[in-house]
Design a protein. Structure first.
Length: 344
């Protein structure tokens, strides 16, 4: 595999595939996209125009049977992830998958069994930790610039028109699997786990569904609280804001790190504030091709090195588990729920 690019197929050819995944694959010397699968004739024609050398398929079984592949890249809406992932694993293919990896604990159990049985890479696009702002924030925290973390408060503001892609699937519970908690909360969970290097002990969540018409409605505003051994965390996520913005505060016992979309401010007693500016705000776009390059590099490392394989999957499993517990907390009156050990 070191002598030739690994051959892959894009599964789903919506905006994420077009604007983020495909450009990143085309810039990598380790991979090439040989095939594209999308059941929509419109998207299939677009795929053929953008990648004339690729073969276009409309069904997963036909793709696996007729095309010699090393991996697939799943860019479909979440409800299709589990079935495609399991079919690819059984066919001996590595899998890179858009977040969320899956939307339920039952699906996660099936994915875990596939990972154990077929021993292929199962890798989620947890791309926000490769944002330059977050890379710098984690670096400052690892260097103990603010000391031990005591509290984290993060906010993600998006307008009501956010999301949707080629079709407004994010507004359909049966396709999206969840609302803003699953969409943006997923990123915040793995970022927090990376910062604190441990799972929380308790989690609670309160959700608002302004367009609620029964139990299947999607949450549009979420407040999450988590208690760690030495720190407290709060998240505010909304699709009902008047602007796009990401911001937050990370407080340590020796200083504070302020996050404001396109810059960081390091504040410590007795020292002037240190400011770190970044060319792109976190909220500037839904597509971050530059971040995707690092995702692909990490995916390649897991493909080549079985000793580190599974690190990303463990991170994704925690995101599924914490999401599940947050929904449970909301259903039970927003009480704090013990997290316990990751049971998978």
């Amino acid at each position: 595999m070191n002598l030739r690019p690994l051959r892959g197929a894009l599964i789903g050819f919506g905006n994420a595939a077009i604007h983020t995944h495909l450009p990143a694959w085309q810039k990598s010397g380790h991979f090439r996209i040989d095939a594209i699968l999308d059941p929509s004739p419109v998207q299939a024609r677009l795929a053929q125009d953008l990648l004339p050398e690729a073969r276009i398929y409309s069904e997963m079984d036909t793709l696996i049977t007729n095309h010699d592949l090393d991996f697939v890249d799943i860019c479909t809406p979440p409800c299709f992830h589990a079935d495609i992932l399991l079919a690819a694993s059984r066919a001996g293919l590595h899998v890179l998958c858009e977040k969320p990896l899956v939307t339920s604990l039952n699906s996660l159990l099936l994915v875990q069994r596939a990972a154990e049985e077929f021993r292929q890479v199962i890798f989620t696009v947890n791309n926000w930790k490769y944002a330059p702002l977050w890379i710098k924030a984690i670096e400052l925290i690892r260097e103990k610039k603010i000391g031990a973390i005591r509290s984290i408060s993060l906010a993600v503001l998006r307008q009501p028109s956010s999301g949707g892609g080629v079709s407004p699937w994010r507004r359909r519970p049966e396709i999206a699997g969840g609302g803003i908690l699953l969409d943006h909360g997923w990123h915040q969970f793995y970022l927090i786990l990376s910062l604190l290097q441990e799972p929380p002990r308790y989690i609670s969540a309160r959700m608002e569904c302004p367009q609620a018409k029964g139990s299947s409605s999607l949450e549009e505003t979420v407040e999450v609280a988590m208690r760690f051994s030495t720190a407290d965390v709060r998240l505010h996520l909304t699709w009902q804001a008047s602007c796009r913005r990401n911001y937050g505060t990370i407080e340590g016992d020796r200083g504070t790190l302020l996050l404001e979309d396109d810059h960081l401010l390091l504040c410590r007693e007795g020292l002037p504030p240190a400011r770190y500016d970044f060319s792109e705000a976190l909220s500037a776009s839904s597509y971050h091709c530059e971040w995707m390059k690092s995702v692909i590099e990490e995916f390649h490392r897991e493909v080549l090195d079985s000793d580190i394989r599974g690190a990303n999957l463990t991170e994704a499993k925690w995101c599924v588990y914490l999401t599940h517990l947050a929904y449970q907390s909301h259903r039970e009156g927003s009480c704090f729920i013990p997290v316990g050990e990751l049971f998978i």
